[in-house]
Design a binder for this molecule. Structure first.
Ligand code: NAP
Length: 267
């Protein structure tokens, strides 16, 4: 496989770095094009074996599969400009909000298209990547793409009409969790803990709780087991309920979801 990476930004560089071992194991040749010199420099340091392209056209022509790591706002321009260069190739889009149909329309079906939504968890091989069921990739390329993302985390395949909401949970969710973690650590700081000690405790507590949930423990049951009658934890849980934690989180997911819908209209 000749795998092209267009744009070496936060998400695509995370994928490229996490997948180095996969590329080596599968004999994949990696091609990278990114416009700014600072990103080229960074990419060259991280991927000494990769082939660096001088322009996007060259990348599209040399690669069999191209991961487009650019912002959704410039996807239409890139796809229209490089329609012919990408003809017959496989394109992986990680752009938030852009539907498979929109991407295919922008490129007038010249290339095979797979919409996916990864997250930065790939950096520690704990990514969550959602694949749209609506794919025009050839079976061998589809299999390759799935294996790549399974190598750096988990993969879920969902119907296209669930991709926007799945993108919020899989893609944006990490940002929400960082706010939750910081808020609890800051509350510990206010009561005398050093911030780093507080953060260490919050992270380890989160990790243990998430692993228990992932191993099949029921979340409500786990909460009840932590809350002794008239004890300390139930007071905290009831304060969270009183202050509308659930509504705040529902609003956050809804706001990101609506923005995702807007991005698709702007093409
Ligand atoms: N960040 C996340 O957590 C995350 C998660 C899931 C999906 N995504 C999606 O990933 C995409 C990129 O987001 P990001 O956060 O990684 O943004 P980013 O860090 O700003 O990266 C954007 C990249 O696009 C490159 N670029 C700009 N113009 C280009 C052009 N004409 N041709 C080729 N490359 C060009 C930039 O190159 P230079 O660096 O050389 O300027 C940069 O590396 C978005 O579509 C976003 O929806 C992001």
């Amino acid at each position: 496989m000749k795998f092209g990476i267009a744009g070496y930004g936060k998400m695509s560089s995370a994928i490229a770095q996490a997948a180095e071992e996969f590329f080596a194991q599968t004999g994949t040749k990696v091609y990278i094009y990114t416009p700014s010199l600072s990103s080229v420099q960074r990419a060259k340091e991280n991927h000494p074996q990769a082939h660096f392209c001088m322009e996007m056209k060259e990348l599209c022509r040399r690669a069999d599969m191209v991961l487009l790591g650019v912002k959704p706002q410039i996807m239409p321009m890139i796809l229209r400009k490089h329609r012919e260069d990408l003809r017959g190739k496989s394109v992986l889009s990680i752009a938030a909000g852009l539907s498979s149909e929109s991407i295919r329309a922008m490129i007038e079906d010249a290339a095979c298209v797979q919409r996916i939504m990864p997250n930065l968890g790939v950096l520690v091989s704990e990514g969550m990547t959602v694949f749209s069921e609506e794919t025009t990739l050839e079976p061998a390329d589809h299999k390759y793409a799935i294996e790549l993302f399974e190598f750096i985390g988990k993969v879920k395949i969902l119907p296209e009409n669930l991709m926007d909401i799945a993108s919020v949970l899989a893609g944006s969710g990490g940002a929400f969790y960082t706010m939750f973690v910081e808020a609890i650590a800051e509350a510990g700081l206010r009561r005398g803990l050093r911030y780093q000690d507080a953060l260490d405790m919050v992270l380890q507590n989160n990790l243990g709780t998430l692993l228990l949930l992932q191993n099949g423990h029921d979340s409500r049951q786990l909460r009840l087991e932590t809350c002794s009658p008239a004890g300390t934890t139930v007071e905290g849980v009831s304060a969270l309920e009183k202050n509308g934690l659930k509504h705040a989180l529902h609003d956050a997911v809804e706001a990101s979801f609506l923005r995702s819908k807007e991005l698709n209209k702007n093409d």
